[in-house]
Design a protein around this ligand. Structure first.
Ligand code: C5P
Length: 446
């Protein structure tokens, strides 16, 4: 487990919402186009669909709208459509255009650079990569005219996903079957991650807390929320239903993630408490203030009047602070506690402190990172040293070896990388521990 090799690497673009136009031309393989759109959406892509008139004879625009989540584009120069996202705008929007199925007629149109229907006009007007997944009768595929068109398209930089050979809808056997949607999606944007967290409700805290002193001031910290948001995206991509309890951050809500905004530690605890018992995973990434002001002034706290005596007295001011609840410890000590992961940012004795946290908070795993150097670089000018896009952590968890009283602690160092990639690895290491715990709970209940 220490040297666990990842079976795959998620592409960096995974969560970047790649913008893909799916073009559908009129062939029987169009019945597979909704599945292709679903596979792309599941991989985090944004999809817009363009259908030829003939394609609508095989599959309805309503179906394509339902799977892509957006109205389908069908007509060139339709006033209503052009008033929305017009064909030029759509061509500019696309990062990639996949035509699946691409019929012999569609390939001929593209090879000639025609633009008399919406699909060919969008292709012509776009700088995006164009990919075609041909599907047709085997004679049509093998015809020299089709092969010439394919050569011309390849010369123009179009990527051709050659069809498979096999039984055809027309009853013949030979080359011309469109690739399966899953394979096309993988060739376009990479393999889907395994659904390690299918059926799991994951609760995640992120960002700093804000502990008010008065209506305009408060105590907070430099947490950007990026690591917590990356955990939320990774958990989502592994198939979890994610609820993200977020302190004040300036980050966009990840798609398909339920976000609840809170401000103070106590509000965060309240929101977490509402979801903890229905969650199977809890990942506490938030930098929660350990203390809060004992009282919150109803009005802005004023400096004393400017008399000499008052000025002397106002050289110092004391704040009384009281301890905040430890959200992670509270969740981890629930009778039916979710599988819990804590983060430990330390400036010294990183691993020793993390070990203590693992034992004291009763959590299943701690992700420890050393922030000393970065903290030392922090300046009063507010350099965003904590808002970086990369991080490195050491994971600590109790091993199966060792007794209950003094379990051995496993340590896995994860090298510095993009926070999303790191989140992916943390979940990959957590998944078998979660399964082990679930099994133990089940057999204890027997
Ligand atoms: O004890 P320390 O604050 O270093 O522990 C850090 C871990 O505990 C983080 O996972 C953090 O989200 C969590 N925590 C919490 N509530 C607190 C303090 C820390 O959930 N009041």
């Amino acid at each position: 487990m220490d040297s666990m090799q990842l079976g795959y690497t998620l592409p960096m673009s995974w969560h970047e919402n790649k913008r893909i136009v799916v073009g559908v031309s009129g062939g029987i393989a169009a019945y597979k186009s909704p599945t292709l759109v679903r596979r792309l959406v599941q991989r985090g892509c944004q999809v817009r669909v363009v259908m030829s008139r003939a394609a609508t004879e095989f599959i309805t625009p309503l179906t394509m709208q339902a799977v892509s989540g957006h109205p389908v584009h069908q007509h060139l120069l339709a006033a209503e459509a052009e008033a929305g996202m017009g064909h030029i705008e759509l061509a500019r929007w696309a990062e990639q255009i996949i035509i699946a199925p691409a019929t012999a007629n569609c390939l001929a149109n593209l090879a000639q650079g025609r633009s008399d229907d919406l699909l060919s006009a969008v292709v012509l007007a776009s700088a995006a990569e164009v990919v075609v997944a041909p599907a047709m009768n085997q004679q049509m595929w093998q015809h020299p005219a089709t092969q010439r068109n394919l050569t011309a398209l390849a010369d123009n930089g179009v990527r051709v996903l050659a069809p498979m050979a096999g039984a055809q809808a027309c009853g013949e056997t030979g080359p011309g079957r469109m690739l399966e949607p899953e394979d096309i999606a993988t060739l376009l944007v990479g393999a889907a991650p395994p659904r390690l967290l299918a059926g799991v409700a994951a609760l995640i805290t992120a960002g700093p807390t804000w502990e008010a002193l008065d209506p305009v001031r408060g105590l907070t910290n430099r947490s950007s929320g990026k690591m917590g948001y990356a955990m939320a995206m990774a958990a989502r991509d592994f198939g979890a239903q994610v609820t993200l309890i977020s302190g004040p951050v300036s980050l966009e809500t990840p798609r398909r993630v339920k976000r609840i905004d809170v401000s103070s530690a106590r509000q965060m605890l309240e929101a977490v408490s509402a979801y903890a018992s229905q969650s199977q995973w809890f990942i506490a990434v938030a930098a929660v203030a350990d203390y809060r002001p004992a009282t919150v002034a109803a009005h802005k706290i004023k400096k004393p009047a400017a008399t000499a005596a008052a000025a002397k007295a106002s050289q110092r001011m004391s704040l009384e602070l009281v301890k905040n609840p430890d959200i992670l410890a509270a969740v981890a000590s629930l009778r039916k506690a979710p599988f819990s992961i804590g983060f430990a940012a330390e400036t010294e004795h990183t691993l020793a402190n993390a070990r203590q946290k693992l034992m004291n908070k009763g959590v299943d795993m701690i992700a420890a990172n050393y922030v000393g150097e970065r903290a030392a670089k922090a300046t009063d000018s507010g350099a965003h040293v904590f808002g970086g896009d990369e991080n490195a952590v050491t994971l600590l968890y109790k091993s199966e070896r060792g007794g209950r009283a003094e379990p051995a602690i496993q340590q896995v160092a994860l090298a510095k990388t993009d926070k999303y990639q790191l989140a992916v690895q943390i979940i990959e290491h957590g998944a078998p521990l979660f399964a082990r715990k679930a099994k133990a709970v089940k057999s204890a209940a027997k």
